[in-house]
Design a protein around this ligand. Structure first.
Ligand SMILES: Nc1ncnc2c1ncn2[C@@H]1O[C@H](COP(=O)(O)OP(=O)(O)OP(=O)(O)O)[C@@H](O)[C@H]1O
Ligand SMILES: [Mg+2]
Length: 309
């Protein structure tokens, strides 16, 4: 049996909102699919359909060749699902949470002991086994939640924003675990708002307003960028963006903290124009440089195109 995920022409609407709009997606066994997209893109809806929690209006979903929702009982045995707002039992300790989920999934005694031991190692939660879940840090809570989802050794894991709000170091640790699982042959379907996590996936699917705008390996995403990218470092970025966006040959401007990303086909003349336009203003340009587009630049641009700007 291949533990893959196959989605064909999936559709789901809520009234006038097309939450999932003609989605086709295939995740081969042992690969990580990253589903990326802004708020309300339809990521959670897609995952919840896969888990049999809500019904699609149209289309076909199969996991390990079991049909959803027809064979959902068979599927539940082989998947782990971590919802977007996962709640551990705050009054139970780390150890008690793990045994609760082992009971829930009816994990056999011998297997339970072995798995618990392994997951505690894996997540480095062993020293905290007697700590109540409520007293764990955010990153530790997420690792415990993941461990609870792994107690029955699922073959396919569906994780909905598992690292949301977690600090960068803990996010890295969490992803180290996911990459280990992948090496063991587990198929992973992960949604995330973090672009740096997209780079760790085998394939990235970018979702916007229910549709998939592109699906490809993360290394190939920067090639989709059709402009040249100028990074403008300056004070007063909001004011600067307003000035720059109306200059000739500027396609678009995005603000990233203390710098602007300016898309253009003619970086040399835009560079000149920026210096001239901001010369006698309060805005001080510290540096302008030509840079390589990141995954985020490409997605911001794809969204802009999709909105017809
Ligand atoms: N039960 C529901 N009833 C009505 N509309 C819904 C329902 N669930 C989702 N929607 C709508 O469907 C669209 C997709 O929502 P979904 O939760 O799948 O997005 P998402 O990509 O997971 O967003 P986020 O990043 O905020 O979690 C949104 O417009 C949302 O408002
Ligand atoms: Mg969601």
């Amino acid at each position: 049996m291949a533990y893959d995920i196959d989605i064909k022409d999936l559709q789901k609407s809520y009234g006038d909102i097309k939450a999932v709009d003609h989605i086709d997606l295939h995740v081969p066994e042992g690969e990580i699919m990253g589903l990326i997209g802004p708020d309300g893109a339809g990521k959670t809806t897609t995952i919840r359909i896969l888990c049999g929690l809500i019904k699609a209006d149209h289309g076909e979903c199969r996991m390990a060749n079991f049909d959803i929702p027809g064979q959902i009982r068979d599927i539940r045995r082989i998947i782990g699902y971590m919802p977007q707002r996962f709640s551990l039992y705050p009054d139970l300790t780390v150890g008690e949470n793990l045994s609760f989920f082992a009971d829930l999934y009816r994990v056999k005694k011998e297997e339970r002991k072995k798995n618990t031991e392994r997951l505690l190692q894996f997540s480095r939660l062993k020293p905290f086994i007697k700590r109540r879940a409520a007293a764990l840090s955010g990153g530790m809570k997420q690792k415990l939640a993941l461990s609870c989802m792994l107690i029955h050794t699922p073959k396919i894991l569906l994780l909905d924003e598992p690292t949301f709000g977690v600090d960068p170091v803990s996010r890295q640790e969490f992803w180290d675990i996911l990459l280990d699982l992948k090496r063991e042959g587990v198929t992973l379907f992960v949604t995330t708002p973090y672009m740096d996590e997209a780079a760790l996936c085998d394939q990235v699917a970018f979702m916007h307003k229910g549709q998939l705008l592109t699906v490809r390996p993360p290394q190939e995403i920067p090639e989709l960028f059709e402009y040249q990218l100028l990074k403008v470092y300056c004070n007063r970025p909001v004011q600067a963006a307003r000035e720059i966006q109306n200059l000739p040959k500027v396609e678009s401007v995005q603000i990233f903290g203390d710098r602007l990303h300016v898309n253009t086909h003619d970086p040399e003349s835009v560079k000149e124009a920026v210096h001239t336009a901001l010369q006698n203003t309060e805005i001080e340009v510290k540096k302008i440089e030509l840079a390589r587009a990141s995954i985020e630049d490409v997605f911001v641009d794809l969204m802009r195109e999709d909105r017809g700007e």
